[in-house]
Ligand binder design. Structure first.
Ligand code: FO1
Length: 316
């Protein structure tokens, strides 16, 4: 079965890793958020694409969820001595990826081609596809008086997601196009998963690229979301804050309703057993529900969630 997964960084990569173990890498395409991309020190950094690639390659730092395991940060120490911003920690090995990407982009290669070269070089057989080759950047609007526009990484990493969210912009998305590879992956897919990533900050920018939502709406393949919320709490990071800003209930029901309205119908939702009380309400929307323990800590958890998702979609 050909599977396309719409994914952000850490949550998406864990689910993808589990899927890769369960169904094999060759049948998988990951359509990955690039709204978090940032240029720092003159380098093009694509955090979610790298997180997904390093995770599938078995090279990620599993404690942090990003960067290479065992990386060092000597280069950052030197940059900090020169008074350069050092809040976004680029490991010495990770810098190799950013140097390569930056050079390849300058030579005129598309982000999709560069991501493909990186994943192949690291031995990954899942097709890792940036959501678009066009520049799209997520900005978070904050401030009590005058509104300030923060790059997503400034909001999340530099300021620790402490600011109240006043607005979100997916800058550039209106002019962006999905790459031919993304459209092909969606059209060929026999099942489509929305990974347990932040629906507003990670999945939102992907769905905001004109053409992607339309492709999902027109797809014959079942679309199943894995809840990024368990027991009223986000699985990772400030997802709850983003949902509250979007006036979405912080629950599987809230996320199901959001995807159902954006996609004009969601076929299934995999939720945690802790949220069993919500199943009936979600099914009333015409969305089938499957329950499993969906918190992914170790490798066995990731495989269990992936196994449940595949079995679920096969039965739809
Ligand atoms: N997250 C942090 O919390 N602190 C960092 O210094 C940091 C650096 C970093 C470098 C490369 C990379 O690929 C990811 C990195 N991340 C860091 C993760 C990233 O900010 C976010 O988790 C994702 O963009 C959200 O999916």
């Amino acid at each position: 079965m050909r599977i396309a997964v719409v994914a952000g960084g850490v949550g998406g990569s864990k689910f993808l890793w589990g899927l890769a173990q369960e169904v094999g890498e060759e049948s998988l395409s990951a359509i990955v958020n690039t709204g978090d991309d940032i240029e720092l020190h003159g380098l093009a950094i694509s955090p979610d694409v790298d997180i997904v690639t390093y995770t599938l390659a078995g090279l990620v730092d599993t404690d942090k969820g990003w960067g290479f395991a065992g990386d060092t940060f000597h280069c950052m120490e030197v940059l900090a001595k020169y008074g350069q911003p050092a809040w976004f920690k680029l490991g010495d090995r990770d810098l190799g990826t950013h140097l390569f990407r930056t050079q390849a982009l300058r030579q005129g290669r598309r982000p999709t081609e560069v991501a493909d070269a990186i994943r192949r070089a690291l031995g990954v057989r899942v097709r890792v596809l940036p959501m678009t080759d066009d520049p799209v950047t997520t900005h978070i609007l904050v401030g009590d008086g005058p509104i300030r526009h923060l790059h997503f990484q400034e909001y999340l990493v530099q300021r620790g997601a402490v600011d109240e969210i006043r607005g979100i912009e997916y800058r550039g998305s209106a002019r962006a196009h999905p790459s031919p590879e993304v459209l092909a992956a969606l059209r060929e897919a026999e099942a489509i998963f929305l990974a347990p990533s932040n629906p507003v900050a990670s999945i939102g920018p992907i769905l905001a690229v004109p053409g992607i939502c339309e492709c999902l709406r027109g797809s014959q393949a079942p679309i199943v979301a894995i809840s990024p919320v368990v027991g009223g709490q986000s699985l990772k990071g400030p997802t709850d804050k983003f949902l509250r800003w979007a006036k979405v209930e912080v629950s599987p029901m809230g996320v199901a309703r959001l995807y159902d309205s954006v996609l004009d119908g969601l076929d299934g939702m995999l939720i945690d057993r802790a949220d069993a009380g919500e199943a009936a309400r979600i099914e009333e929307l015409g969305i089938r529900v499957r329950m499993e323990e969906i918190v992914m800590r170790g490798p066995e958890d990731k495989r269990r969630v992936a196994r449940a998702a595949v079995k679920f979609v096969e039965e739809l």
